[in-house]
Design a protein around this ligand. Structure first.
Ligand code: TYD
Length: 143
């Protein structure tokens, strides 16, 4: 699976507020690290990288964040604009991430410890790896 957005049921009501409970079945890896990104000025774009091996689950509990995802062939836009949504991103996906509203927060559950060598930060190098089939041998990573 390259990437997938899930919409979770919320528990509660407007008078008391809501709770989201995310079952283990939506978390397909052991979490090695959690990080979050905040205080990002509106319309800032971050990302501009892909990962060799890392799997991530991302959610935006506050605000609105727009993901432009690219598997080297097709491009998709996914908007996290609700605490009910989580986004799985597997290895080999180039992402550009725009902070579409002020005070948006991005929380990330990651399958591995931080490793700069896992990043591909050059788009030409990324496309070359896609064309060489760097990610295509692994069924787990195909859609
Ligand atoms: P990066 O993943 O490039 O974030 P973004 O794509 O949102 O800009 O990380 C930004 C910087 O933070 C980069 O220098 C790597 C560093 N970093 C860590 O030291 N540890 C971490 O767990 C993460 C995610 C990033």
């Amino acid at each position: 699976m390259k990437y997938k957005m899930y919409i979770h049921d919320k528990i509660g009501d407007r008078n008391h507020g809501y709770l989201i409970s995310i079952d283990k079945k939506f978390i397909e890896f052991n979490i090695a690290r959690i990080y979050y990104i905040y205080n990002v000025p509106k319309n800032t774009t971050r990302g501009y990288h892909a990962h060799k091996n890392l799997k991530q689950i991302l959610f935006c509990p506050i605000g609105q964040i727009v993901f432009s995802l690219d598997d080297g062939v097709d491009k998709t836009t996914i908007v996290l604009d609700s605490p009910e949504k989580t986004l799985f991103i597997g290895p080999g996906i180039w992402r550009e991430i725009r902070w579409a509203s002020k005070k948006s927060v991005l929380v990330v559950l990651a399958s591995e410890p931080f490793e700069e060598n896992d990043y591909i930060r050059n788009y030409e190098e990324y496309i070359k790896l896609v064309q060489e089939g760097y990610w295509s041998d692994n069924d787990e990573n195909s859609i």
